[in-house]
Design a protein around this ligand. Structure first.
Ligand code: ADP
Length: 272
């Protein structure tokens, strides 16, 4: 893995606004993240989380404000240059390709290879390291379309690690995973952050976010409405205001992490 960026923020979003047509998706959002931290982006559906991730990855440019990724403007820099800094693990990538796991992970090396050169020892080492880190060595020769959803997620995580980025963006990397695989995915994100990467994860499960993230940033209707340590951010009043649901805020007796649960019945008629 490349050495961590010295100090300072690897992601710097300043007063960024973004519209789809006339609809404002991000409204003067400022957001920063540093090497070595795992930041959770949380908020209700439609809050602007994926749009913010797209701006950071350079897949779209803000209409106002600025985005910097390790000093680059990611929407203007060459894609290869951006890909050497930043890897995005998408929600559910298409998987009808006839590739094996090892071949798919090797694709993460593309930004670091010459166009016509065969994979070198550094590429092979990075791929084997990523396969090992994601517990995929035993599946390395299996085709992608013959994997479970959880295994496929690990492949795309491994592909991102093989890219040797400084910034790792996870867009709902835990969606559709069972509990054990959700926890495993967040463990990998934590390991990546402790190894010096700047990791930003879009998460829906507030309890998973609280248990694994160093910092949470709450988006609501295109604006950042709170940020800080999970226990400061996830107050009952805030969750109720942002998610529109009365909640109980407690504490995980085993870890001390904050826990948020709906207050009252979750099924129609359960209260009668
Ligand atoms: P989140 O990831 O928090 O669910 P998004 O960033 O996907 O939120 O969406 C933010 C807002 O932008 C929402 O109102 C959504 O409907 C709108 N939006 C997202 N993508 C598009 C698109 N391709 N075209 C038009 N509107 C979009």
């Amino acid at each position: 893995m490349t050495a961590p960026f010295p100090d300072g923020d690897l992601i710097e979003v300043r007063q960024a606004s973004f519209r789809y047509g006339d609809a404002l998706a991000l409204d003067r959002v400022s957001f920063t993240a540093r090497a070595g931290e795992l930041v959770g982006l949380v908020g209700p559906n439609g809050a602007g989380k994926s749009t913010l991730v797209r701006l950071v990855a350079g897949l779209a440019a803000p209409h106002e404000g600025s985005v910097r990724l390790a000093g680059l403007d990611p929407s203007r820099a060459a894609r290869r240059e951006v890909a050497r800094v930043c890897a995005l693990v998408p929600q559910e990538p298409p998987v009808h390709w006839p590739f094996t796991v090892r071949e798919a992970v090797m694709m993460g090396r593309a930004p670091r290879q010459n166009f016509f050169a065969a994979a070198g020892p550094l590429d092979r080492g990075a791929v084997e390291g990523a396969l090992q880190a994601c517990e995929l060595l035993h599946l390395a020769d299996r085709r992608l379309d013959a994997l479970s959803g959880g295994e496929r997620r690990r492949v795309f995580f491994a592909r991102a690690l093989a890219q040797e980025p400084r910034v790792l963006l996870l867009d709902e990397a835990t969606a559709f995973l069972d509990l054990a695989h959700q926890v495993a995915a967040m463990r990998m994100a934590e390991v990546a952050a402790r190894a010096g990467l700047c990791v930003v994860a879009v998460l829906h499960d507030l309890n998973l976010a609280a248990a694994s993230c160093d910092r949470l940033v709450v988006l609501s209707r295109g604006r950042v409405v709170a940020e800080g340590a999970p226990r400061e951010v996830l107050t009952e009043a805030r969750v109720e205001a942002v998610w529109g649901l009365p909640v109980w805020r407690g504490e995980n007796g085993a870890t001390g992490d904050p826990v948020v649960l709906p207050r009252g019945p979750t099924s129609p008629g359960a209260s009668s």
